[in-house]
Design a protein around this ligand. Structure first.
Ligand code: SF4
Ligand code: SF4
Length: 278
C-alpha cells in the first residue's frame, strides 16, 4: 500500500472519529482493476476503503452540489483540478467554504487523457495538505485543437461539428460531470422549452452542444471531465476552449478557477459599457 494512500485513510479516519465531518468523499475500488469510483464514507472503520492510485481520475468536486445544506462539514480530497472547480463554485455561490473540509492531495497525474492539459497539480485551497506539493509540468498545446478547427473553411467546420453532433446520444453525461454546470434544473430536462426538441437530430443535438458551451464557456476550468465521461468520445472541449481562446486574445491572459474572486468574463459588466441594452 502506498504511503500516500495510507495518509489519506488515516486522515479521513481521524476526521470521522473526531466528528469534524459527516462524511468524506474520495475514491474506492470497483470490480475492474483499472477503474475507481467516487465513494462516500461516513464511519471511521470504512476509511480503509479509500484508494489512491493512477486510476483515481474522477473529479470529486461535482458531488458537493448534491448536498448544499449538510448537517456537518463535508470532507473531500482535493487536487489541483478539484480546487480550481471549488474556486469557481465558491465564486458562483454554489457551495459555502464553511461547509467543507478540504483534504489536499497533490497529484502526480492519473491515467486519463484529461490530465494531459493539467497546469495545476497542487490544490490551490485546502484545510490540510497530506504531503508535499509536486512540481507542475508545463502543459503544451493548450489551444492546438482550436487552431486546427479555426484553420478549416466554414463548410469544413460545419461538417466537422455536424459529424460530431450526429454521434451525440444526448445522455447529458458531459453536463452531469461538469463541476461548473450547476443549474439545479437544466433547460434540457424541461418538457416544453419550445426551442429544444427531445428527438435526436443533428440540429437539436447542436443546439444542446452550443448552449452547453456558452453556459460554461467562460467559467470552464479545462478539467476535461466532459470529454472523459462522454460515451461517444466526442471532442466537445473544443467548443469551450474556443471561447477561452477568444477571451485570451480579446482581453489578455484568462484562466478560470485559479482563485475564488475573479469575475467570469461573460458575467462581468459595467454600467458604463457602451451596449444600448444597459
Ligand atoms: S456526454 Fe457526449 S454523447 Fe452524452 S450528451 Fe454529452 S456530448 Fe452527447
Ligand atoms: S472541461 Fe468540461 S467538465 Fe471541465 S469545466 Fe470545462 S466544460 Fe466543464
Amino acid at each position: 500500500m502506498s504511503d500516500q494512500q495510507e495518509k489519506m485513510r488515516q486522515g479521513a479516519e481521524k476526521l470521522l472519529q473526531n466528528e469534524e465531518v459527516g462524511y468524506v468523499i474520495g475514491w474506492g475500488t470497483t470490480r475492474f482493476a483499472d477503474r475507481t469510483t467516487p465513494i462516500f464514507i461516513d464511519t471511521p472503520a470504512a476509511a480503509s476503503d479509500f484508494v489512491w492510485n493512477e486510476y483515481a481520475v474522477n473529479s470529486l468536486a461535482k458531488y458537493l452540489l448534491d448536498d448544499k445544506y449538510p448537517d456537518k462539514k463535508i470532507g473531500v480530497f482535493v487536487r489541483g483540478c478539484e480546487s480550481r472547480a471549488l474556486n469557481r463554485m465558491l465564486k458562483d455561490k454554489q457551495v459555502k467554504r464553511e461547509n467543507l473540509y478540504l483534504i489536499g492531495t497533490p497529484c502526480d497525474g492519473k491515467k486519463a487523457g484529461r490530465c494531459s492539459l493539467c497546469r495545476e497539480r497542487n490544490p490551490l485551497l485546502y484545510d490540510v495538505l497530506l504531503w508535499e506539493p509536486v512540481p507542475n509540468v508545463p502543459a503544451e498545446g493548450r489551444f492546438d485543437r482550436v487552431r486546427a478547427i479555426e484553420a478549416m473553411t466554414p463548410d469544413e467546420r460545419y461538417g466537422y461539428w455536424g459529424a460530431v453532433y450526429d454521434k451525440c446520444i444526448r445522455c447529458y453525461a458531459c453536463r452531469n460531470a461538469c463541476p461548473v454546470c450547476s443549474c439545479r434544473e437544466c433547460y434540457v430536462d424541461m418538457s416544453r422549452t419550445g426551442f429544444q426538441g427531445k428527438q435526436h437530430s443533428r440540429s437539436d443535438n447542436q443546439i444542446f452542444g452550443v448552449t452547453r458551451a456558452f453556459h460554461v464557456g467562460d467559467r470552464c476550468i479545462e478539467c476535461g471531465e466532459c470529454e472523459r465521461v462522454c460515451p461517444m468520445d466526442l471532442p466537445i472541449m473544443g467548443q469551450t476552449q474556443k471561447i477561452l481562446k477568444d477571451i485570451n486574445e480579446l482581453a489578455g491572459e484568462y484562466e478560470c478557477g485559479l482563485d475564488a474572486e475573479s469575475e467570469n468574463f461573460l458575467g462581468a459588466f459595467d454600467l458604463d459599457d457602451k451596449d444600448e441594452f444597459m
